[in-house]
Design a protein around this ligand. Structure first.
Ligand code: PAD
Ligand code: ZN
Ligand code: ZN
Length: 416
């Protein structure tokens, strides 16, 4: 009987190769990686040498260097950054408008893939697509336990040491330690962040777009829909029409505002503001009167219901407050205040009942909401493309900064 059993069919070499290719592709899809990124998996536990932009000194452009990135310690995650946007907050560090310890690796608006994880990390695994978060969500502190607010006590704004939780850094260059920036430091091919500062996102998300959800988009959009909770039919004014301010305009529109007045001294920003939902655009330089009086005139002497300062200047923060209704108006500060600045304010502005709030990262509890915002983008609930005016190779980072300073770009996304 044995002799009559059917011989197994032999596969040709071509068929074997096809099968191996198929398996490889399936495995890569399962880990969320593209071909060519597979080698990152073998780097776990080792120091990685890679490219980064190092800001050595204040008021000097960052330089592209080879740096060493140490493996993640317990509860830390090492991420291969694939796309990073340039935000005004990065430029504020270079000009001194935002205090940070030098030398450092800046960058905080990014997306990438987990390369390796430290001991005890359970919420992400190598191969996961992620957005690193400049506001963590520890889940335990007073703010995380509250239904309100998002400024987790572990945030890096308050600490501002430029160090990881154990007081050390994971970056070195030419024998010198480099500081981290806002716990993210994504102007580097690889970075290390705390597990509480990582959001796992949709496997299909295009990283060169959703990196904006890592700061600019979420900050601006959230200021309107989350912090201010703009109501349908209301009148809003948005001061500053950069990547963050335009996202605030989008948020006001999504919330159903019937009038959105966009304010900027650079009128070349107006067409994009209209595209994003602004109903009117105003240049304060066109008027002799203070801009708050202009806005009162435009609203029949009532003032706007909601105003947003998305520039980072003391005078415009006060003007935005004075622009809203004297009793039921709410004004939200989004722009980063200059260091050591103080308000000189008429208390009547607040005595009559106005509400004055600040908003960091759009008020979102980050690990809960950033993945949802990515899903909403995938579901076409909002657009990111109009905000991305330039895409450049990472090496051209200083060209990207120049485009921002000269007001020619909204967002430049750098890719590795
Ligand atoms: P940007 O520089 O792209 O946009 C600022 C806009 O303000 C530009 O269009 C300017 O023309 C305009 N502007 C400047 N001066 C005036 C003025 N006097 N009156 C009217 N308009 C003016 O910056 P961005 O959109 O990347 O960031 C805006 C601010 O938000 C900046 O201060 C940044 O540091 C801050 C920020 N905050 C958070 C947060 O969590 N709160 C996050 C990200 C960025
Ligand atoms: Zn930012
Ligand atoms: Zn917390």
């Amino acid at each position: 009987m044995r002799g009559t059993r059917k011989q197994p069919t032999l596969l040709t070499n071509k068929e074997i190769k096809q099968a191996i290719d198929f398996l490889k592709q399936t495995e890569l899809r399962a880990t969320g990686l593209q071909l060519g990124e597979r080698s990152t998996m073998s780097t776990a536990g080792k120091v990685i040498k890679c490219k980064a932009a190092v800001a050595w000194e204040i008021k000097k452009p960052p330089s592209i260097e080879q740096i060493e990135v140490a493996p993640p310690k317990a509860h830390e995650v090492r991420i291969k950054i694939l796309a990073v946007g340039i935000c005004r907050s990065d430029d504020h560090v270079l000009t001194g408008a935002l205090a940070a310890p030098f030398p450092l690796v800046m960058g905080h608006e990014s997306a990438g893939v987990v390369e390796s994880i430290g001991e005890g990390v359970t919420s992400v695994k190598p191969g996961d697509k992620v957005i690193p978060l400049f506001i963590p969500q520890c889940g335990k502190c007073r703010t995380c336990r509250s239904a309100r607010g998002n400024l987790c006590t572990e945030n890096f704004l308050g600490r501002n040491s430029g160090l990881m939780c154990d007081g050390t850094t994971r970056f070195t260059c030419k024998g010198k330690s480099l500081h981290h920036f806002m716990g993210v430091s994504s102007f580097s091919e690889y970075t290390v962040v705390h597990e509480n500062a990582v959001a796992k996102i949709d496997d299909d998300a295009p990283l060169e777009k959703v990196c904006l959800i890592g700061c600019g988009f979420s900050t601006g959009y959230g200021a309107a829909v989350q912090t201010a909770q703009v109501e349908p039919g209301s009148t809003c004014a948005v001061f500053g029409l950069g990547g963050v301010g335009l996202s605030t305009v989008m948020g006001c529109k999504a919330a159903g505002a019937s009038r959105i007045i966009a304010v900027d001294i650079n009128k070349s920003k107006f067409p994009k503001a209209k595209e994003m939902g602004a109903t009117e655009c105003v240049n304060p330089l066109d008027f002799k009167k203070p801009i708050n009086e202009v806005l009162f005139d435009m609203t029949g002497g009532e003032g706007v219901d909601y105003s947003f300062e998305v520039i980072g200047r003391i005078d415009t923060m006060t003007a935005a407050l004075a622009s809203c209704h004297n009793n039921i108006g709410t004004s939200v500060i989004v722009g980063a205040p200059p260091p050591d600045s103080q308000f000189n304010l008429d208390p009547m502005l607040l005595f009559t009942g106005r509400t004055w709030k600040g908003s960091v990262f759009g008020g979102w509890k980050t690990r809960d909401y950033i993945p949802k915002l990515v899903s909403d983008f995938m579901g076409k609930k909002f657009m990111l493309d109009p905000l991305i005016t330039h895409t450049l190779p990472f090496d051209n980072i200083n060209e990207g900064f120049e485009l921002l300073r000269t007001g020619k770009s909204i967002r430049t996304v750098l890719t590795f």
